[in-house]
Ligand binder design. Structure first.
Ligand code: KG4
Ligand code: ZN
Length: 347
């Protein structure tokens, strides 16, 4: 492995996962995440409970990441932190902790935009893959990235590691919310996306259909689809109180199929109109098994290359914050200790 000398400790705490990673250049040495189970019963993330859990988790998670990487604090060259977008209280816990580390160790603080992190997760390298000469191909610039998470849905032209152009995005809810809200209506716990994915595997995706939305340009809208799903369940349950239990897998398969068709429609148009030949997906919803298969199938259909992230780097993780910070470190793009978290933050 070349030049193993930049060690970055990265922290991600923008929503309900407390995560810490240690990277050596682009190579991830550890990536430890504490998930918060407390939100399951509420059908969504409760911000105040999330920040309290981050406070409990942050020291043990950082400690575990350092131990796993076999790196001590004095070896670190920089500390990286998600500045936004995300929940204010959650971001504040991570940022305060990262500032203290930067000050105590006298090393630079590097702020990272969470959405850039999701995209750059495609550039995380693994030590074992390097040793076995088994490193997967990475996208080259420019490529198109469909970033799909619980808070965002964006179509981004990625021009360089730190240069992005948003071509389209949701004008209301994110696709992850459309998964999670539907799951809540079906009586499934939060986060519902993975459960809908699992149930959909046994169902008939052509059985039910849902509202089509018309949005100008390359933008998306999911709020009408969510509402149409609610009315669909209410109407059918009035006719048959057992409608959901009798049709659960078919409902999940049909709804998931609909969301994926909506996502991919704009992707295909953008690829054709811009001539971009590489497509990546990123964010929590890119863990969806059907989306992953359908994106791969576009390779033959559109004569393009596609890039699907490893499962562990789809949902929130600190390794993606570390890799983004590494490219900022190379440019000496450091942050001042006076920075504050940003609940909203543009790419
Ligand atoms: O990126 P992420 O971990 O957090 C945000 O930045 O929001 O994304 C979380 C979202 C949730 O809405 C969750 O339901 C969804 O990703 N998700 C999935 C799957 N795994 C996670 N959605 C559909 N299918 C999945 N397998
Ligand atoms: Zn995320």
């Amino acid at each position: 492995m070349q030049n193993l000398n930049t060690y970055i400790l990265a922290i991600e705490s923008s929503c309900d996962d407390t995560s810490c990673a240690v990277l050596s250049n682009e190579y991830v040495l550890s990536n430890v995440t504490a998930n918060q189970k407390i939100h399951e019963q509420y059908g969504g993330v409760v911000p105040e409970l999330a920040s309290r859990d981050h406070q409990k988790n942050i020291v043990p998670v950082v400690d575990a990441a350092l131990k796993k990487a076999n790196i001590s604090l004095k070896d670190l060259n920089a500390v990286a932190i998600t500045r936004g977008p995300g929940l204010m209280g959650s971001l504040l816990v991570g940022l305060s902790f990262a500032k203290s580390l930067s000050l105590a160790l006298n090393i630079p603080l590097i702020e990272v935009n969470h959405m850039q992190g999701h995209i750059l997760a495609h550039f995380i390298k693994e030590v074992n893959e390097q040793k076995t000469h088994n490193e997967p191909e990475q996208p080259s610039f420019p490529f198109l990235c469909l970033t799909v998470s619980g808070g965002h849905t964006q179509l981004v032209k990625v021009c360089d590691y730190l240069s992005f152009k948003v071509l389209g995005e949701t004008i209301d809810d994110a696709v992850g919310e459309a998964f999670d809200k539907a799951a809540k209506i079906l009586g499934l716990p939060y986060p519902g996306g993975p459960l809908i994915d699992k149930l959909a595997k046994e169902g008939d995706k052509t059985k039910f259909s849902f509202a089509q939305t018309k949005v100008p340009g390359y933008d998306y809208s999911f709020s009408g689809i969510k509402t149409s799903f609610l009315y669909f369940i209410q109407n059918n349950t009035q006719k048959n109180p057992n409608f959901v239990t009798e049709n659960l897998a078919d409902i999940c398969a049909s709804y998931q199929h609909h969301l994926i068709q909506v996502l991919l429609k704009n992707v295909k148009v953008v690829l054709k109109e811009t001539g971009i030949k590489q497509l990546a997906i990123a964010g929590g919803v890119s863990a969806n098994s059907s989306l992953r298969v359908q994106v791969k199938e576009l390779e033959g259909e559109l004569n393009i290359k596609t890039f699907i992230p490893k499962f562990e780097y789809c949902t929130d993780n600190a390794a993606m914050i570390g890799i983004t910070a590494y490219y900022k470190f190379l440019k000496k793009d450091f942050s001042d200790l006076s920075i504050t978290p940003m609940a909203r933050m543009h790419l």
